[in-house]
Design a protein around this ligand. Sequence first.
Ligand code: PEP
Length: 253
Amino acid sequence: MVRKTLIAGNWKMNELLSDGIALAKGVAEENKKATRKDCEILICPPFTLLMAIKKAIRGSKVMLGAQDCHFAEKGAHTGDISPEMLKDLGCQYVIVGHSERRTNHKESNALIAKKAEAAIRAGLKVIICIGETEAEKNAGKTIEVCRNQIMGSVPTASTAANTVIAYEPVWAIGTGRTPTASEVEEVHAAIRQIIASKLGRANANKMRVLYGGSMKPNNAKSLLSLADVDGGLIGGASLKVADFMAIAAASKQ
Ligand code: PEP
């Protein structure tokens, strides 16, 4: 089963206008020069930069995504952004359910499912993040947590064409620590089984499951070469052109 590798950069709440444009242009230029086989490159800047970055990557194959959305199409939701607005702006993807939103904004699985469903309604592809905390890992609950999050935050409208799952152990995000390759492979294989039980085997076989959490140039190859790992969601290393593109160069396609 060939699933096209996706290398996605989550810039989080980083970069002002000029640095953001320079970063995006750098990624677009390096991507044009890349000699590796094809893989999809996505950058997800903060909302404030989306319009400028859209212009900065014009004419390249780099895709644009956002880091969150509301579930409503429009209305009285001060400070929120609808998926239709993101689509209108030229976004192709939106991340939902990142652990920083689950924790800092108390987002529930049910809310994340509503956001994901709304993003699909608007014609966006959605990256739904899941992953266990360190305490849950130590209690041997990694698969159980992933199952509950997939069952609760992946909407029934999800298919392999409109949804990507990102497995991001919370304890690995921004810490420089990662699970071992065999742990990642075991969890990704389990995630694919859980997707099959929710959305059917055909969707599970084709749906991309990314790994996220301290992916860097020096560990990218060992993570990205795993059979059930279809790309990466990259935080810190996506803020440096050379690091982000070195990760892309380590992709298996
Ligand atoms: C993330 O937050 O999605 C992430 C993977 O961050 P980092 O790569 O910095 O661990």
